[in-house]
Design a protein around this ligand. Structure first.
Ligand SMILES: NC(=O)c1ccc[n+]([C@@H]2O[C@H](COP(=O)([O-])OP(=O)(O)OC[C@H]3O[C@@H](n4cnc5c(N)ncnc54)[C@H](O)[C@@H]3O)[C@@H](O)[C@H]2O)c1
Ligand SMILES: [Zn+2]
Ligand SMILES: [Zn+2]
Length: 391
């Protein structure tokens, strides 16, 4: 039987581009056909949230908007025709669906499922409206998720069920940054044993890429960042050395080519800057070097020297680390639970929802790696799993 109650709860609303988020009382409508309403317990704050808020390099998204897309929570209720989820299930919402039925889901070549795509990119659900309102005004949803809200509604094809003992305040990071970087190395870069790699940008995505290079037993893993505070952590994740482009008078790609006597086998761009993307490509070895772009930009172009490609290099991008989202996230949660994957080490700050703007400030000044936001800070962690069904 489907739920009909509207839930009133707190959400951080982005009213205008570039302005701080405002904590508001919002209404979250019941889930419609093939939708699931979830109680968000924890959410990471990703660089992509920040880019959409400030608008740099991004296509326009309508405001007001509830950002957030790297989260974990508990199913509160399900809409009609939902068969795979039940209230109480622990879940990770996904900004990339996996419907399992389309030609892309059936092909091993890609993870780019397009189920509900046009709608979620416009900030609405399949019926053309958002489930979140503020005093009856529609508040758009972000990438089909909107985890900076205590409750949200997502399509049932954009949700991964996870074990009931998974710690939500840690595994939330698998909803975006860590999965993306780790998969960028393993799936897109196909890093080989004893190879040399360079990872540009040592935020959560870059550190996860380093973790992937290490898992693939790369011999040399060079971390590149203009913020040397990131180097210690990068080494802990497996970087064999770190370089700061600002320490050199020549371009960083020339430095890397020299260091590796010809270029790295694989370079991973985890910054989101077209200039760095070109530098990453140019730091790879001719004949077989691969450059993987994980950093995000939707409106800018990168420049490619044709000769670099003619000489046998490959340039590719990755969305969500090339993981088929539902299958990939379930596997990665399992890997974390079996101590095969680090997550706790990415978290350098925990804040309640009402301090979410502080998380963006930290990101802006390069302090720490990931902030995890608690949506229910007043609930003790052992009671946080208890659903408040009748709010
Ligand atoms: N492809 C995807 O599916 C996907 C998913 C998640 C995030 N992203 C993107 O990945 C990128 C990284 O995200 P994050 O959350 O790790 O960001 P972050 O802000 O935590 O980290 C970025 C790092 O890049 C460094 N940096 C900045 N300028 C640099 C330069 N000129 N040279 C070297 N390093 C530099 C910063 O010091 C910082 O350490 C962003 O563009 C984000 O939008 C893409
Ligand atoms: Zn993200
Ligand atoms: Zn699909």
């Amino acid at each position: 039987m489907s739920t009909t109650n509207v839930i009133k709860c707190k959400a951080a609303v982005a009213w205008e581009r570039g302005k701080p988020l405002v904590i508001e009382d919002v209404e979250v409508a019941p889930p419609k056909v093939h939708e699931v309403r979830i109680k968000i317990v924890a959410t990471g704050v990703c660089h992509t949230d920040w880019e959409y808020l400030t608008g740099k390099g991004m296509k326009f998204r309508p405001f007001p908007l509830v950002l957030g897309h790297e989260a974990a929570g508990i199913v509160e209720s399900v809409g009609p025709e939902v068969t795979k989820f039940s209230p109480g299930d622990k879940v990770i919402p996904l900004f990339l669906p996996q419907c399992g039925e389309c030609d892309r889901c059936q092909s091993p070549k890609t993870n780019h499922c397009r189920k509900n795509w046009a709608h979620t990119q416009r900030g609405v659900m399949a019926d053309g409206t958002s489930r979140i309102t503020h005093q009856s005004q529609q508040v758009y949803q972000f990438l089909g998720v909107s985890s900076f809200s205590q409750y949200t509604v997502v399509p049932d094809t954009s949700l991964a069920k996870i074990p009931s003992n998974a710690p939500l305040d840690k595994v939330c990071l698998l909803g975006c940054g860590v999965s993306t970087g780790y998969g960028a190395a393993l799936n897109a870069g196909k890093i080989e044993k004893d190879s040399s790699c360079a990872v540009f940008g040592l935020g959560a995505v870059g550190l996860a890429a380093i973790m992937g290079c290490q898992a693939a037993q790369a011999k040399r893993i060079i971390g590149v960042d203009i913020n040397p505070d990131k180097f210690e952590k990068a080494k802990m994740f497996g970087a064999t050395e770190c370089v700061n482009p600002q320490d050199y008078s020549k371009p960083i790609q020339d430095v890397l080519v020299e260091m590796t006597e010809g270029g790295v086998d694989c370079a991973l761009e985890c910054v989101g800057s077209p200039v760095i993307m070109s530098a990453a490509l140019e730091s790879t070895k001719d004949a077989w070097g691969t450059c993987v772009i994980a950093g995000w930009s939707e409106t800018e172009a990168m420049s490619v020297n044709v000769e670099k490609i003619l000489m046998g290099r490959t340039l590719k991008g990755t969305y969500f680390g090339d993981w088929k989202s539902v299958d990939g996230v379930s596997k990665l949660v399992e890997d974390y639970m079996n101590n095969k994957l680090k997550l706790d080490e990415f978290i350098t700050n925990n804040l309640p929802l009402d301090q979410i703007n502080v998380a963006f400030e930290h990101m802006k000044i390069g302090k720490g790696i990931r902030t995890v936001i608690s949506l229910w800070p007043e609930e003790a962690s052992d009671t946080v799993a208890t659903l408040k069904m009748n709010q």
